[in-house]
Design a protein around this ligand. Structure first.
Ligand code: NI
Length: 271
């Protein structure tokens, strides 16, 4: 998979939004304008993550039409109870498409419990096995299931003599758990909540993430960063996440943009 080759404009920062949902119905009418605004704001590439079969197909369609879009395909833990063998086969088939760079988002969500926890865990294991089989990076959603997520990742790593590669999307576990995820070789991704006034653990987490392991994302249309809270989120706002990382790391936005973009290329094997 090759990266886009536009020149940097006047040395302005160039961003990679490593996780958004332009496949969400919030963007049905204006995805072209959203991508135009993103490009104008220096967001060179976006990764659109699937959360069920139809949103995964839509992610793939967007990636086929728009050169700056990459796709991930998978089923969110909310819908784990819908994942029958034919769904796994369909995801597996989509993973062979050229612009599909990851399997996701997958994982565990014990906040809403829309699918029974045991089902979520079994489906998460199946997807991780599929990622190993297809040698694809994963995008992991972990909400209020940090211990269980880590345990399953470690179990798969032990079984295969090496873990999956991929990213903890919208990292929400503690600073204390960070070393365990890093030891597995995973990247850490941060979204709008880092910019919220009440963010306490996240700034500490970010100060501890090695420079070569951090990705930035919007998770649009959700989690709009300050100072745009209350609006629909979109990829151009990834700059606000980078701005806050830059403050914490004592670097320029440009440096943060560059290092996180290169990390995204490495994580998703885009070169
Ligand atoms: Ni998401």
């Amino acid at each position: 998979m090759r990266a886009l080759d536009h020149p940097s404009v006047g040395g302005d920062p160039i961003f990679f939004d490593s996780h958004c949902h332009l496949n969400d119905e919030a963007f049905t009418t204006d995805v072209g304008e959203v991508l135009f605004r993103a490009r104008t704001a220096g967001v060179r590439e976006v990764l659109v993550a699937g959360y069920d079969l139809s949103s995964s197909q839509q992610a793939l369609k967007l990636a086929t039409v728009h050169p700056e879009v990459y796709a991930a395909v998978g089923v969110h833990p909310h819908d784990a109870k819908t994942v029958a063998p034919d769904v796994l086969r369909e995801v597996e088939k989509m993973l062979d498409q050229e612009k599909v760079v990851a399997l996701g988002e997958i994982g565990l969500d014990f906040h809403y419990d829309y699918s029974p926890r045991e089902v979520q865990k079994a489906v998460f294991r199946s997807f991780l096995e599929l990622a190993k089989k297809k040698d694809k990076p994963v995008i992991i959603h972990d909400r209020e299931a940090h211990g269980e997520t880590l345990a399953i990742l470690e179990e798969v790593a032990a079984r295969h003599g090496g873990g999956v590669c991929g990213v903890m999307h919208c990292y929400a576990a503690s600073p204390e758990m960070l070393p365990a995820f890093l030891t597995l070789g995973l990247y850490i991704s941060v979204a709008g909540p880092l910019t919220f006034k009440n963010a306490k653990k996240l700034p500490e987490v970010i100060s501890l993430v090695p420079e070569d392991r951090l990705l930035i994302e919007t998770d649009a249309p959700y989690l709009t960063p300050c100072p745009y809270r209350g609006r629909r989120n979109e990829p151009m706002y990834v700059k606000e996440v980078a701005r806050r990382v830059a403050e914490i790391w004592g670097k320029s936005i440009r440096e943060v943009a560059e290092v996180t973009r290169n990390n995204a290329y490495r994580c998703f094997r885009i070169n």
